[in-house]
Each structure stands twice: as C-alpha cells, then as structure tokens.
Design a protein around this ligand. Structure first.
Ligand code: PXP
Length: 246
C-alpha cells in the first residue's frame, strides 16, 4: 500500500485563539499534537488580513516542528517575501478574497496569463516545493504544468459539500480523472477542502492522490473527542480506504 500523507491544517486553532486575543489555544501546541498523532505534515495559511494564523505563528512553526510545513499563501509580493525568508518545505498558492469566509474555488492558472509563473519560479529557486490549489479541470492541470508547479492540490469542496448523490458522484469522477491525469503529467497530486469522516474514504481510495490536507472538520471534532483522537480516526479511515484498493 502506498502511504497516503495527512497534512493537518491548524488555521482554526488560531481562529479560536483570536476570538479572545491572547495566546490560547496555541496553534504550535496543536501542530505538535498532530505530529504525535500520525500527521505527516502541518498546513497553515497566512491570510493577508491575518484573521487566524499570524506571522509569529509561522516563525514558531518553522522553528519548532519536525514534520514538513506546507505554507499556504496568496500570490502576492508580501507573501512571497515571507515564504522566502522562512523557506518552508512547500508553499501552496491559493486564491484569496478578503470577503470570503474560506478559500472558495481554485486558482485560475489557465486564465492567469502567466501571472503566477514569477511566484512559482521564485519559490522553486529558493528550494521550496510549489503547489497550486486548483479545480479538477484538465485546463488548469495543463497550465500548472506549463508554469512549472511541482504539485497540484485539487479542490474537493464541491464533492464534499453537496447533499445530492448524483452531483457527488459526478464531482468524484471529475476528481478521480484529474488525479490520474496529474500523475500522467508528472505532477504530484494532493486534495483538500471540506473533507470529513463521511467524505474522506472515496478520495483516499484514489491511488494517484498522495496527500490530503484537512483542517476545519478535525479542529471542530477535537472539541468533542480531543485533537489526538480526531486525527487518529481520520488516519484510520484514510489507511483503511487505501488498503481496500491495494
Ligand atoms: N487545502 C487548501 C488549499 C485550503 O485552502 C484549505 C482550507 O484552508 C484546506 C486544504 C483545508 O480545508 P478544510 O479546513 O475545509 O479541511
């Protein structure tokens, strides 16, 4: 069985902290618990408005965790400078709009007129692996490859959020085909957004996906069962789904 990596997104530990100011709960403590509970990496999104993760959180994460940090960032010069100064293991470029509640939709790499190329090249030159958060669309995959991305992360939000079984099936097929195409194109394929215990298994069973990034559900579930149990249960569901297709 090829190991499916789990990246735990700790943004919403910072959301809860920031609701009151101060230092509790600490995203670094969450990252260390995630590491001890079977996470293969930590993901953190430094948004332009700093609504959850702060610059200081990134400094501490880079210094103190021993599993890879996936630094999610908008393609802006400010974020590029921060990434270059910290040199995380990977940077995932995401679209960002101030008014949205969360990252809605993928990057339009195909329509981006090469705007992203400069960011991809600068990050890669610094030895940072570059991921692009995109819709499961062959045009976006081709554009991602053209501008030199190492990784594509497929946005699985539409698959996760729908209640309609037909739509879920068609969204799933779109993701499965895109993940296969990514492998054929030599792009490493990740997936994320909106995954829960109820939606993770079919995605985890797609053999060409190598990493899932999961945040909101795990942090919410941790309120009831603790972060370690929530992560261990997600890990178990992912591994069982992978094993069933091995
Ligand atoms: N991957 C990317 C690129 C994201 O932007 C997010 C949300 O910040 C996630 C994964 C995790 O999504 P969720 O918090 O819904 O699990």
């Amino acid at each position: 069985m090829n190991h499916l990596r789990l990246g735990v997104n700790i943004d919403h530990v910072a959301t809860i902290r920031n609701a009151r100011g101060g230092a509790h709960p600490d995203p670094l403590r969450a990252a260390k618990i995630a590491e001890a509970s079977g996470a293969d990496g930590i993901t953190a999104h430094l948004r332009e408005d700093r609504r959850h993760i702060s610059d200081h959180d990134i400094t501490r994460l880079v210094r103190e965790i021993s599993i890879p940090l996936n630094f999610e960032m908008a393609a802006t010069d400010e974020m590029l400078q921060i990434a270059l100064s910290h040199k995380p293991h990977a940077s995932c470029l995401v679209p960002e709009k101030r008014e949205e509640r969360t990252t809605e939709g993928g990057l339009d790499v195909a329509g981006g007129h090469n705007m992203l190329r400069h960011y991809v090249e600068s990050l890669k030159d610094a030895g940072i692996r570059v991921s692009l958060f995109i819709e499961a669309d062959p045009r976006q995959l081709e554009a991602a490859q053209r501008i030199g991305a190492d990784i594509v992360e497929l946005h699985v939000g539409a698959y996760c959020d729908t209640e309609d079984p037909m739509k879920r099936q068609s969204e799933f097929e779109r993701i499965r085909k895109a993940a296969q195409l990514a492998e054929e194109m030599g792009l490493e394929c990740h997936a994320g957004h909106g995954l829960t215990y109820g939606t993770v298994a079919p995605i985890a069973a797609i053999p060409t996906i190598v990493e899932l990034n999961i945040g909101h559900f795990l942090i919410g579930e941790a309120i009831f069962v603790g972060l370690e149990m929530a992560i261990r249960e997600m890990r178990r569901l992912m591994d069982d789904a992978r094993q069933a297709v091995a």
